[in-house]
Design a protein around this ligand. Sequence first.
Ligand SMILES: Cc1cc2nc3c(=O)[nH]c(=O)nc-3n(C[C@H](O)[C@H](O)[C@H](O)COP(=O)(O)O)c2cc1C
Ligand code: SF4
Ligand code: SF4
Length: 260
Amino acid sequence: MSASIFYYTGTGNSLWTARKVADELGDAELFSIAECKYENKTIDSGIVGLVFPVHIWGVPTPVIQFVNTLKGSNPEYVFAIAVDAGQVSNTLVQLKRLMAKNHLNLSAGFEIKMPSNYTPWGGPGPHEEQHKRFELAQEKIFRIAARIKEKAQMPVERGPLWQRILYTLIYYISFSHVPKMDKKFWVDDKCNSCEICRKVCPAANITMREGKPVWNHRCDQCFACLQWCPQEAIQYGKKTPKYGRYHHPEVLLKDMLKLR
Ligand SMILES: Cc1cc2nc3c(=O)[nH]c(=O)nc-3n(C[C@H](O)[C@H](O)[C@H](O)COP(=O)(O)O)c2cc1C
Ligand code: SF4
Ligand code: SF4
């Protein structure tokens, strides 16, 4: 049975995961949530998957908006994969409830642990550790695909109780502030005005003024702009100048620009 996999990504971890799941399922098509989030959708049959990063211990806004457009759909089987850096917290429970409000049943929800793209907290870790995570992710994707093929109904994966209480609180406190969290972005003098940051932003939140990016407070905090700037000229707060940049090694800038 054919599958439609909708993904959202800032630095390619979720795109890579979605591709690998699609390869395993065979008859599957990928769609970018950034491209189609505002269109109303009716999906009546087959398998539907959502693959997206965990942001601030919850579901990112574009994914929420996308799920809300699915009202009226009636897919046979829905699964989700939350791609994170190791703290899924309550994300998949939140998604399951959101889907239920839209009369959709989330049959299974899985966590995939990948390198962190939240550079203000120190970046993705050493290369060996990153590659270890890719290997473990691939192994888990084989297991996930097997469960999807058999249309398994199972509880969604979740973090420990303390994490779900504390971090979910932080998620809801932060949520309305996310669009303006771009106030902490700044550009240093390595910027050569290439405009890649503007083109890669899934929220169309960046405009150029005198050859430099300006953030317009409609940010989704995906970190694509900071991570894909070829000059590493975009900074966030005080600490990022001393850290390297990250994107999944098998996802290229052209993949990101194609899907915007
Ligand atoms: C603003 C922001 C918040 C994040 N919050 C979390 C989090 O709560 N838990 C976690 O494990 N990882 C968190 N991360 C890390 C990403 O979820 C992780 O690196 C993910 O694999 C990125 O996927 P992508 O490359 O598809 O965007 C966060 C990243 C960003 C940019
Ligand atoms: S991607 Fe980097 S170098 Fe290019 S315009 Fe943006 S900040 Fe400047
Ligand atoms: S401004 Fe940067 S972090 Fe915010 S949505 Fe655009 S690319 Fe993502």
